[in-house]
Design a binder for this molecule. Sequence first.
Ligand code: FAD
Ligand code: EPU
Length: 346
Amino acid sequence: MSCRQYSLKIWNTFGINAYANNITIADSIDTILSCRWKQSVKKNEPTLLLGEGSNVLFLHDFHGHVFINRIKGISVTEVADAWLLHIGAGESWHQLVRKTLIHGLAGLENLALIPGRVGSAPIQNIGAYGVDFATVCEYVDIMFLTDYSQKRLYVHECCFGYRKSVFKNTYKNGYVITAVGLRLKKNWQPVLSYSQLRHLDPKTVTPREVYQTVCAMRRSKIPDPKHIGNAGSFFKNPSVTMSFANDFLTQHPTIPYFLKNNGEIMLSAGGLIDHCALKGYRVGGAAVYDKQALVLINTGGASGQDIINLARFVRRRVAEEFNVWLEPEVCFISSQGEIDPVEVIV
Ligand code: FAD
Ligand code: EPU
């Protein structure tokens, strides 16, 4: 079968026009396990499971079979102090946030408008505006693709951290996330630690007001992939030791930074790129977004290679200027599957 048969353009938010051998939309575990997946494994053909493709960059055509996860279902159980939600991995994350608020269940409002499916949320432990997935997670259900057995990992087993989890290493290959469990506490407390939420009064603010403020903030600086191809932050914010930070911040006092719980300092990658005056900088069809330097965009017709060339340039400029090497947050997909992004952009 020709590997140029099925376009992936609508299946990745960068809007890269790569092709796959085949694409199957899977609305149940049974469809994933259908003869198609097993045939691919038998033929030694690469397989790739996608949610919304909002955290991937296709470098080339994918010489394998792409499965789009649309396993649905939301069930809610009430216990004394919380609402317990069991959610199919193919549900939309943002729609889940909306639905919970409509039904009076608070706790996800800071994570509004993050693209992607529920099953992808634990992988990089999605986070925004002072809250991350780990805060609300109860468990993650996975299926082993070797013997199709299933396992439930409770939150303490998921090793969540900043943009990391056990699903980025131990359970990275040969596993599918099929569902997640969330615990939304009835005793809701607003999280207003992010600078642009601090004007809200913690005594009177409602979950809906936090949601609306977060949505407005996001719309003002993060491009909507429906109109401008992108994958959110392209790089992670780099962590540095306190002693590096002391010298660094003396030399560069205007670079924004955050204090981490472990005593390290996290520098703002967007601030570093911005300081290099790279907003709007273009390579082929790729550009640094002019309202948020951490977001790389497809200005129309960009190839995966254009984005890589731009990312490499940005990374080198930041290193020349600050001696800090940025690491991509986005997953890089080559013809045979996911590859180490740092090796690609050195
Ligand atoms: P995909 O991109 O489809 O997949 C990502 C990776 O996970 C791939 O390697 C894929 O194979 C694997 N995968 C997907 N589903 C499964 C599964 N069920 N089982 C096993 N592996 C799977 N992220 C944040 O943390 N915070 C933000 O504020 C944020 N803002 C964003 C804003 C924009 C405009 C965009 C485009 C992205 C943003 N992101 C943000 C990144 C992205 O939304 C998240 O990483 C999201 O969780 C990705 O979901 P997805 O379903 O699109 O995953
Ligand atoms: N900044 C600049 N110039 C820029 C961009 C940012 O000076 O061009 C400064 C801002 O002024 C601010 C600081 O950098 O002082 C931080 O910026 P922002 O609050 O926009 O957040 P970020 O660190 O750039 C992170 C996440 C986002 C998440 C926001 C909100 C990472 C890699 N990115 O961005 O997540 O939505 O915080 O919490 O941690 C994503 O992961 O895809 C993503 C969008």
